[in-house]
Design a protein around this ligand. Structure first.
Ligand code: PEP
Ligand code: MG
Length: 539
């Protein structure tokens, strides 16, 4: 019997594949049955992995003795060392292998889950918190069992995990994974945005799926309607084939709009631009006939490395995008890290550990705290200015002072590099405060860009990545419409352009409204451009 369920959001597309579950660190935990005669080899694999884990821990403990915080850190590793020798962990895992005839990874996972649950139910808060230690000890053993990391799995797999980071989506897409589903996540979370960008079919907020699925199960994801079917019946597979075919036909029919102007019937030119995150998306964007890049999210280069990219590295990366786009306009959004866009760069965040990261050091706040990093990025972008039609956008602005501070640094960087042409500096309207003071911001900005994703998050106080409040995340809320209208009116009064670059830009129910508002561009996931252009040309 098949099992079915709903998800909070989907990235589009349909896919039928084989389940591959990932643990919290995104390692694949293979689960399979073994023959009686194979159990001995599995037990041996386990003993060897425990031994290697113990040796690696001893090495780390030796090294740590010199560390200034050794007094706090060493007892934790010592407790992990003790856990590795725990007779119950060893005997329990062996028992599962021998009695249930399963592979060691599966047996160990079962054993660890039992431990974790026991800790979870303890009344003592200290003991409860030790659950994390069990998980870490487990990770260490898995490492020596050759459980393959995310990058090494086969095509036609659908990866399941509790959560995926945006960078995981990129890895899966590059590896040719068929699709993914996560228990957590919201509609306009960055994970979803990246998945839509690259066209990887996936669901977020698919609650219950991870628990019900086993490795090797067949899974059907419908990321158009946000549903899933585990182990579908032959009839359900047939229905999938038909729907897949209809979807392909619909997509093919839209292709003619790739070469048509983004113009309404009454002749209003409304550029349809692409939101991109990384260089491979330039080709995708061009295939869809975009009129430029309205939002280049520059944070992905910073997410891929543990150290800060140098000015030269940034410039080289930006140059690839500039070359790809020819003379079409490109809007570089300054680094917007923080909240769900995690970057593991010590130089950026140091020991900052805000309790409420979405309201903490994010976007321009972080940049102005690290003016050297901001200046380096500005210089890297300006390095491409001579050959390209570029503008710069500032994220998370809540005051004119922030815009003025960035502008001062931009002027400095221009003078240093002898860049003489005007470079438009725009302000993102993505926090309600910015919409409310839009008249003031319009006087210090060359253009506005409405970031509806965050405007909804902050306007309605709904975490965009939290599946539990996904039902409240609604760009059609009258409060959001009013905030957008305020920003548009202020831009018109000051006579500066205003574009929309949040996911709302692709919502065809809004195209007429945006047209009536005479916004100057809509920037969206490139693959939505054709459907919006079709709509626009009919208005
Ligand atoms: C937005 O908030 O609408 C936006 C475009 O920025 P991001 O999604 O990167 O936060
Ligand atoms: Mg935003």
């Amino acid at each position: 019997m098949s099992q079915q369920g709903h998800a909070v959001a989907g990235s589009g597309g349909l896919v039928l594949g084989v389940v591959q579950k990932l643990d919290e660190k995104h390692h694949i935990i293979p689960e399979y049955k073994v023959e009686e005669h194979q159990t001995e080899a599995e037990v041996r694999r386990f003993s060897q992995a425990i031994l290697q884990a113990r040796l690696s821990l001893q090495d780390e403990m030796m090294l740590l003795k010199e560390h200034p915080h050794a007094n706090e850190l060493l007892p934790i590793l010592e407790s992990h060392h003790l856990m590795l020798s725990d007779p119950e962990l060893q005997a329990g895992t062996k028992r599962f292998i021998e009695e249930d005839k399963i592979n060691v990874e599966w047996a160990l996972k079962r054993c660890l889950t039992g431990f974790e649950q026991a800790f979870e139910h303890m009344d003592d808060i200290y003991l409860k918190s030790r659950k994390a230690d069990i998980t870490q000890v487990g990770q260490r053993i898995f490492q020596y069992l050759d459980a393959s990391p995310l990058a090494l799995h086969q095509a036609q797999s659908i990866m399941l995990a509790t959560d995926f980071a945006p960078s995981d989506v990129v890895t899966m897409w590059r590896d040719g994974v068929a699709g993914f589903a996560a228990s957590q996540g919201g509609k306009d979370s960055h994970t979803m945005i990246v998945a839509r960008g690259v066209g990887l079919t996936g669901l977020v907020g698919a609650q219950g799926l991870f628990e019900q699925a086993e490795d090797g199960d067949v899974l059907l994801l419908n990321a158009e309607e946000n549903t899933w079917i585990l182990n579908p019946s032959p009839d359900e597979c047939l229905a999938y084939d038909i729907e897949q075919q209809q979807l392909n036909e619909k997509r093919d029919a839209l292709k003619i709009y790739a070469n048509q102007p983004s113009q309404s019937k009454d002749g209003y030119y409304l550029p349809l631009l692409a939101n991109i995150e990384f260089v491979e998306e330039v080709d995708i964007a061009l295939q869809y006939g975009v009129d430029g890049i309205g939002l280049f999210r520059t944070e992905f280069l910073f997410m891929q490395s543990a150290t800060l990219p140098s000015e030269e590295e940034q410039r080289a990366y930006y140059q690839k995008i500039v070359q790809g786009m020819g003379n079409k306009p490109i809007t570089f959004r300054l680094l917007d890290v923080g909240a769900d866009k995690l970057v593991h760069v010590q130089a950026l965040f140091g020991d900052y550990d805000g309790e409420n990261p979405a309201l903490g050091l994010r976007g321009v706040r972080m940049l102005l705290r690290k003016p050297d990093i901001l200046k380096t990025q500005l210089r890297a972008i300006l390095g491409c200015a001579k050959t390209a039609n570029i503008s710069i956008l500032v994220p998370m602005v809540v005051s004119t002072a922030e815009m003025l501070a960035v502008r001062a640094l931009l002027e400095e960087a221009k003078a240093e590099l002898d860049v003489r042409q005007d470079i438009a500096l725009g302000c993102m309207i993505e926090v309600p405060a910015a919409a409310l003071i839009a008249d003031d911001l319009a006087k210090v900005s060359d253009f506005f860009s409405i970031g509806s994703n965050d405007l909804v998050q902050y306007g309605l106080a709904v975490d965009r990545s939290d599946e539990h409040v996904g039902y409240l995340y609604d760009a059609n809320h009258v409060a959001i419409k009013r905030l957008i209208q305020m920003a548009v009116d202020a831009a018109n009064r000051q006579n500066i352009p205003i574009t929309v670059c949040g996911e709302l830009a692709a919502n065809r129910a809004w195209t007429q409204t945006f047209l009536d508002m005479r916004v100057s561009g809509l920037s969206m996931t490139a693959r939505h451009v054709l459907a919006v252009r079709k709509q626009l040309r009919a208005l």
